[in-house]
Design a protein around this ligand. Sequence first.
Ligand SMILES: Cc1ncc(COP(=O)(O)O)c(C=O)c1O
Length: 403
Amino acid sequence: MSKQPEQAVSTGAAFATRAVHAGHAPDPQTGAHVQPIYATSTFSYGTAERGARLFAGEESGYFYSRLSNPTVRAFEEKVASLEGAADAVAFGSGMGAASAIALTFLKSGDEVAFMGPLYGGTEGLLRGILGRFGVTVHDAADLNDLKRVVNEKTRLVWLESPTNPTLRVVDLNAAADIAHAVGALVVVDNTFSTPYLTRPLELGADLVMHSATKYLSGHGDVIAGVVAANADLSAELRLHGLRHVGSVLGPFEAHLLLRGMKTLPLRMEAHCAGAHALAEVVKDHPAVQAIHYPGLPQHPGHDLAARQMNGKFGGLVSLDLGTQEAAWRFLNALKLFTQAVSLGDVESLSSHPASTTHQLLGEETLARQGVTPGLVRLSVGIEDAADLIGDVRQALEAGGRPH
Ligand SMILES: Cc1ncc(COP(=O)(O)O)c(C=O)c1O
């Protein structure tokens, strides 16, 4: 894989420095200080001999943007640097990344275990599609259950922490030990934590995936995915999951991601502070039957989160308002929290998972996983925390209280 001509930042630099500089350096030809957008589908290789060498992998270089593009490559290198990975592979969406992992590493007869809930689309892929290809999927309730369901056929153990939308904190290190004991690969969807809070590869994961649509972009203007891993797994994923499947990230989106990721540490600090302040204030409101925020000491995963999330707790807060009617009244009364799926944008967003992102899982699965009809998910943006708290308070007064 082609490298940028010169790296401006060493691997030993601090996270915030790498967020700004990793993956790109001033363009050697023009001096352009921001990574240029290479809007080209193909690259001239000049001679037939060089073309053959490029295709055989005997020479590295760009030749077709489905396989690699300099703007996209800069994004991949920035993600790899922040996740502490040898390499990363970009995809056209988070689901593109997830399906590329499945198509690259699974074959008929294999088994997959996951600890639900996962993002609804990922569970849809695992439960709804893989079975058609002869892959057996197990949904483990907790670590003991995971130990029970894994076996020598388990090829992937799929984890998310905190989980979407219930914000359960999963002990990644312990789950990785269970998976590795049977020779399985560990996939961690790190969308909710971001590498600013959690670096799953340091905790034993083999593949870290993101919906880069969310915090990595941060501005709600991109659909993108990425997977970070060691060199061998990344090469396999690039060959099969990208080259032969084709969920490709475009250079314009990569440009937006590169810009967004420069402020990831600043944004994450603001998201975490805002969510924490909101959770502290609304936790005792009479309309709130349960609150899920790992930053609150009463959250069952609080101590684990404190260790696993760099002492911070993320920007998502989920509230259970008891019934779907109360949840919908609350959502309809919010003014600053736009009702929309997605999360991790600078703007605050709100959603009702049971009737939107997780609807296809069906009532029985949702009930088992705690995705109750009264659950609302708040993605706390970087607006002033007092304004956000005021908005949630007025919406609880206006709509959340059951009649
Ligand atoms: C945790 C998580 N993983 C994966 C995805 C899928 O990503 P995308 O929408 O970029 O395909 C999402 C989307 O909401 C998500 O929240």
